[in-house]
Ligand binder design. Sequence first.
Ligand code: NCD
Length: 309
Amino acid sequence: MNYTRKDLLGLRDLSVDEMSCFLNLAKKYKALNNSDIKKSDALRGKTVINAFFENSTRTRISFETAAKRLGADAINFSAASSSTKKGETLMDTINNLEAMKTDIFVLRHFSSGAASFIAKHTTSSVVNAGDGLNEHPSQGLLDIFTIMEHKGDLKNLKISIIGDIEHSRVARSDIWAMSKFGAKLTLFGPPMMMPLGVEAFGCKVAKDMEEAVDGADVIIMLRVQLERQNASTPFPSNREYSKFFGLTKARVLLANDPLIMHPGPINRGVEVNSDVLEGDFNMVFNQVENGVAVRMAILDILNSNRRKA
Ligand code: NCD
């Protein structure tokens, strides 16, 4: 089975076979990234524009690294220093960038659905690098890749996703994709950070932190996304958040020798205690390393699809 779509917009509509195309190719690129000469010419002569309308450290640099390792010309566009500030619309900006013969857009935007909208109106391939509260497919794939490396298969694995689920596109991509791979998911977070109708995800919803981590094989912690919340103080203090919703060493001991994951950036001492991050089970840097390989696979596959189109 091949991945034949022009774009990668989300994991919700993808089959396990389609997702596996990226995961399998990423293994090859991980090996390349660990070799002496971290370079391929799969995208030689191609132009990849990273169009970021929201802040990012890992995702933007990871896509840039991925594009450069594949031999592409990687251009970074940051909304903060662009004509977006002068009132240009997203579509006009993309059309202008496309006129420069762009092959692939990597788009991060604060509006859910922005990547799908742009993908419909451009012949370039579009990778959704996070759209509002909707999806973050490359993060979902790199999370699955990291889990598979350590646990083999996801089938019947107990995975807990904890924190600000309402505002997390990572949670949505993880939930939709990991469920398809057969994982048993548990969700937990403060009531005001749980999506309305959370039951529709078909996951277990825990009532407290102890139940959320009990017997878990993998714990994915999420950042409190204050920038997406209206209330000025959605909880009384960081100390209180940590007490009821934070991951401590004592709580890790209730789980099943778990992998600890976080998409970053981490609010140390809020959602995760520093002592947890010092343990061998901390997968954060593995996730970051794997992110480059997974994104190389994404760019390579989409580029081949464009050539066929
Ligand atoms: C996440 C995002 O932007 O959705 N970060 C990331 O891409 N590594 C999560 C977050 O910002 O908390």
